[in-house]
Design a protein around this ligand. Sequence first.
Ligand code: DQA
Length: 179
Amino acid sequence: MFNAREELAGEVMRKKRASGPEGGDPAKSSPTSHALVIHGPNLNLLGEREPQVYGRTRLADIDRALKSLGRELGVAVETFQSNSEGEIVDRIQQARNRADIILINPGAYTHTSIAIRDAISAVGIPVIEVHLSNVYKREPFRHHSTIADVAVGRIMGFGAEGYYLALRAAASIAAQKKG
Ligand code: DQA
């Protein structure tokens, strides 16, 4: 089940694929890789949620910036947010044969979800784990991640910037994958 924001992202991507290169740098007009960005529970409240911990940037602004950076890097970026573990598992499964790489901030599910970990292992798509805060400077229960050892790498503590760093890493991993 796709939400409206995702539907729009998909539509933009379909149009981009249909329109093909528009001149100039081909990497900018025809993305060759597809990155799925998954935001877990409570990240829909970014900007108003504990801004001293998570910053003041809203999720919609992060998603917009990721899509724009993706255009520069030749990566079509699809974004998805859910507060529900099962929906996140569904979304990871749907990424099979579709996404070259996944960026995920599982929010609190980072520390508890074996289901999300299993979904990542099942689809075999490279995953980059992202956190806005440096979880190691916080409560001990945040120090454990169920997905750390099935992720390619982890970026944390840089606020919204961490997503952009992760997308740059994702672009080169996806390009290497395509050979
Ligand atoms: C978080 C860290 C988690 O511990 C927390 O539950 C979140 C956000 C982060 O981005 O820093 O929801 O993943």
